[in-house]
Write a protein that binds this ligand. Sequence first.
Ligand code: DOR
Length: 419
Amino acid sequence: MDLLIKNGRVIDPAQGIDEIMDVACATGKIEKVAKAIKPQGKPRVIDASNRIVCPGFIDSHCHLREPGREDEETIKTGATAAAAGGYTTIMAMPNTAPCLDTGPLVAFVFNKGRETSISVFPIGAITKNREGKELTEMADLAENGAVAFSDDGNCVADNRVLRRGLEYAKMVDRPLIDHPEELTLARNGVMNEGKISTFLGLPGIPREAEEIAVFRDIALASLTESRIHLAHLTSAGSIALLRQAKKKGVPITAEVTFHHLILTEESVKGYHTNTKVSPPLRTRDDVKSLRDGIKDGTIEVIVTDHAPHSREEKETDFENAAFGIIGFETALPLLLRLATEIPLNILIACLTSNPARIFRFNDRGSLKKGLRADITIFNPKEEWTLTEAVIKSRSKNTPFLGEKMKGRVCCTICSGKVV
Ligand code: DOR
């Protein structure tokens, strides 16, 4: 035994555990979870009284800007920010410059990820340059470390291309993550289409743009029997379609971001560019449906969609600003805001055991004996203020700046090491 975490409230959804217990680790693995474990040898002892101890968080959707925009984030700074937020595994989207559409580029991110203190896994592009036309060498990308495929930011519009992509993804047993947004309806839009977009004079994106793509994705997942994971759902209609498809046994899963669970289109009213995200923030009814979707298991994953952008890209008018906000370091306090409505064990499953199952990380996502000792310890009551100075990410684009936060990560342990 080399690490012993004492007296924490251990929440491990995969094992149905929620009680005060100790966690012992040895050589980077979980050795035992039990009450009053006696130290054996000379382990490092961490007192976790009044803290919650759970499996390390897994983020299956983030953007690190390396290669290409290292001024906004590097793999290293992104991993540091992720560790500060309690993440021990993150999956990086391929919309870098150049985009991750060849084996060597995927290997570059994979290898750079290994130099950080957490696990960073690349997601390979589905099509060359994410243009939706020609498939990448998907098997080669998988061999070089791609854990999934996505053209995130762009929906693969061509149904035939997506069908073939799904067939190849199936051969290498990787899920395909689609950004469901029908392009001709979404084009030029910058926020949800409705009364507020009319009032603000901003071009809108109707929720139907998402729903049409979700319907298409369900049909192709069913046709190919290949796994589709729907990125960042926002609309009540999409949740209804997904619920029905899952009932029928279609191999489809979905995620939602923290910001779509917390904010509505009302936040856009001040033209604050840090409320500009793709897909856009929707209405209160949509937010309610997303939360209901998590409660009943229709949505199984919560992601950050951490999207760092430079000041130049955000300090401009709303229509020209970049889409996206950072998320690693606000994830936990936002999760706890949701805990007034959704049981904490369900929320933690959406950050641990569920993404581990969907992305086949069989060695993590739970505190079962023998799994990697990836552990997050947090104080649910600690209050703090989100300022630029405390943010570890290289970019500071978040709409939550200046807000009081409740809940803070005190220790992130990756493979048995405090990081
Ligand atoms: O808001 C977003 N920003 N959504 C995406 O799909 C892409 C991301 C980015 O890369 O900035």
